[in-house]
Every structure is written in C-alpha cells, then in structure tokens.
Design a protein around this ligand. Sequence first.
Ligand code: NAD
Length: 512
Amino acid sequence: MSTMANRTETRAERGHRTIHAGGEWLAASSGATRDIIDPADARPFAVVAEGDEKDTDLAVAAARRAFDAGEWPHTPVAERAALLRRVADLLVRDREELGLLESRDAGKTVEEGRVDIDCVADAFRYFADLVAGEAPGRVVDAGSPDIHSVVVHEPVGVCAMITPWNYPLLQASWKITPALAAGNTFVIKPSEITPMTTIALIDLLVEAGLPTGVANIVTGPGHTVGARLAEHPDVDLVSFTGGLVSGTKVAQAAAVTVKKVALELGGKNPNVVFADACETEEGFDTAVDQALNAAFIHSGQVCSAGGRLIIEESVRERFVAELARRAAKIRLGRGTEDGVECGPLVSEQQRAKTEDYVASALAEGAVLRCGGKRPEPSPERPEGGYFYEPTVLDQCHREMRVVREEVFGPVLTVETFRTEDEAVALANDTEYGLAGAVWTADAGRARRVAGRLRHGTVWINDFHPYLPQAEWGGFGKSGVGRELGPAGLAEYRESKHVYQNLAPKPVRWFAG
Ligand code: NAD
C-alpha cells in the first residue's frame, strides 16, 4: 500500500526535481534551486527547482499534447467525477501530513492547516457532484421541427494557474478541481515561497489515476514562470490569484493572445458594527470575538480579512477597548506549538510592509491601542521568525494609506459613523470589493445594508465563512470572474452551439 510516508520519502529522494511535465519529475533546466523557508525561524526546510521560461514551455507543451491528443477531455463525466472523489479520499488519508506541511510552508497553525486540507477535499467533492449531476447540454427551440439545436459545454483547453502564498493548496484547489471536472489540462505555478503542498497534490492526482500530461507544475518566480504562462500562445485560459499589481500584469500579457482570464485579487474589507448588535452582553461578546477573528486569523494574511472596523460612534470606546485587550492576549508562535493561536507573517518582506503601514498610519494621526511592534522571542517564538503583534489603530479615516490599501498583516483600523447612510458610504469607499460584513440586531437594516454593499460576499452577523457551492470573487479591483459555485465551473468551459439541419435544402440567396 502506498502511504504518505512512502511518498514523502519519494519526494525526498526526488529532492529539487519539483517540476512535473508530461509525467516526469524534473530539475530546472538551468539547474537553479530555491530554499523554502520556515517563517517561524527563517530557516530553510526544503529545496525546490527554480524553473524559468524554458521549463514553462516544456510543461505547456505537455499539457497541450494531453489536451489535443489525450483521453481526458473525452473521458466520461462520471469517470472524471470518480477520480476527483478518489483525490478527496487521498486528501483525507494524508490530512495530518499535509496540514503540517501547509503550516511549515505558510506559517499558519497546524489546526488552520488541517482545516485548509478539509476545505480542499470539500472542493474536490463539490465539483465532482456538480458535474456528475449535470445535463450534458441544453436543447434550444429553433422554431422548426427540421432543426435540432443544442448548446453543449466543452473544456477551454490548456489552463494556466498562478496562486498566492496565503492559502497555497486551497487557492490551487479552487482552480484545479473545476478545471479537471470540465475536462481541461493544466500547468500550475504555485507561489515561489510556498510550493510544497501543491507539489504534494500533483502526487495525489497521479496516484488517483489522472492520465499523464493532464496535471503539470512549474515551481519558480512570477516574473519568469508566471509571466511566460500569461503570455504563452498555447495557453487558452489563465486563472490568477494574488495581488493587484501582478494581476494587472497578467491581464495585460494575456490580452495579447486573447486568452480567457480570471483574476482573484486583493480586498480592503469593511466590518460594519451597529450599536444595536452590542446591546446584550452576548451580542457584544460575539461581535468583538468575530471582529478579532476577522482581522487577525492567519495574522491578517487573508484576502477577505476584516481589516477595517467601521463602528457606530456610541459603542466605539467600549468595543475598541475590549478588542485591544483581547488582541494583546493572542498567543503568537510557531504554528506547530501547542496552544499557539497565531503564526508569523510569511516573510521578512511581508513584515516590513506591515511595519511601514503602521508607521505611516501613526504619522497620519492614528492612535495605537495595542501591538505596533515585533514581540520578544520566547521558547515558542524563535528568534528570526517573522512575528508581528496584532495591532489596533484607532481614530483612522479614509484619507490614510492604511485605510485605503491592503496591508495583508495583523493590522485593524477603526473608523466611526453616526448614521446608516454614513456606514454604507464608508464601507463602499474602497477601490476593492471582495467581502464585507454587517452586524446588527435589526433584520430590516441587515438586509438593507447588505443590499447596498458593493462587495462580492456580504456576511450578516458573521465573518469569513464561505461555501464551495456559493460563488467567490470580487467587485471593482478585487477581480474578474468567480471561483466556486456553478460560475466557478463555467470559467473553465466554452459554450458550443451545435445546429443540425435535418432536412437541408438550397437557400438560393445567390441566383447563379
Ligand atoms: P502576488 O501577486 O505577489 O503573487 C501571486 C502569484 O503571482 C505568485 O505565484 C507570484 O509568483 C505570481 N506573480 C508575480 N508576478 C507575476 C507576473 N508578473 N506574472 C505572472 N505571475 C506573477 O501575491 P501574493 O503576495 O502571493 O498573495 C497575496 C495577494 O493575493 C493579496 O493581495 C491577496 O488579497 C490576494 N489573494 C486573493 C484571494 C482572492 O480570493 N481574491 C485569495 C488569496 C489571496
């Protein structure tokens, strides 16, 4: 029986041969490698291939062959769905090991890593069920018994996928599962700093029986591998999750060959709290607890992080005092240590960026209520780890950079309002539009405000949950297209109208 331990050994034996193209595990053609760093102590724990354009071309050629001449696009839907379900089972089997690997790679706690793996398995099951239960096409009334007209969906072709470091395997699964369900082949480029679980997933796809060449991976940086994927003439679709700057470059490069493009970008997500949500002790406690979770889970490195608390003036002082008290008690440390609630930031660069935002906010008049510095090292927080204290900045306003731009660190800003209109205006005053929440005990107000928020997901009296069966994506500069749900599958399909004339006759348009 193949076990994770065996496969880990196999991966260890493979060493830096982490490029998978046409069924072969390869080193970078240049021989270059990259150390993968554990953000909890800044020490390398793995080495991967540093691929480049040449390696990318090889992987795209393999995916192209598997699409144009391979069996996967024509494999019956029931068989494709069965394979996806087998992968879900393998993910469950390897949950502990993969959760741990995600924790080391991205710095999150092991429990967060395990939850990520459960969510990845859910995505595989969801898309398996979705395609298995579908009608193969839609018959169209062409207005004549002599015409048979049907619209069918077909796979797009070779899909390029570019993913970020915060939820490495989860973001990959939201692309890989619908792509495979629809019959595509793909090349994935994980973030160069967190590729480990995506490499492991390729092994599981192979183990589940995916035909050679369907799943390919190139490890390497964005400006070489990612840029080449976006511009490559043999790629039919590029799906990108990451920041606004890189996403814009991907869209520009993809436009030259008129690829289909899906972009899941950043967010600056409001968490709107009305005073009536805090009238009871239980309501107050829940709203504070969830505001904490919204802003600080995974050290705020979440695209939908509720980093903007927009609170009714009358409850601000009590709410912020309690929030800051609890934020200061969050246990920071290595994600594998017992009792640790929050890990480090993913890199020195990410911590420096966070420090820069806090410094600019203080210079612009924000009031520091807690955090705002690196914690002291401790047995559970090794020196060298990229830790930063959860930070609450009071008295913020919309002109501040920290309020307008995505920090992607453990920083919560506080703004206040007096009226419902003012709350909505503040919440919509962002160039992004990924997610937001409204907290209120008034059901009418909840629905009214939710209806007016210009964000792709709106939570009422909750923060952060998502469902694989519900579309995820953003308004404005948060992106183009949707992942998850039926629309998440549609991204990976072309519609084809097949019009059959059962009684053909000449049309005589031309006299000749
Ligand atoms: P990033 O944009 O720096 O990198 C994302 C990916 O793009 C990486 O694989 C990177 O190597 C690649 N890349 C970089 N430059 C490229 C280029 N010129 N061409 C092609 N590929 C290129 O983002 P990040 O720092 O890894 O991730 C954080 C960002 O991701 C945040 O902005 C966050 O909001 C966003 N994100 C969004 C969602 C969502 O669902 N909307 C989910 C997770 C993360």
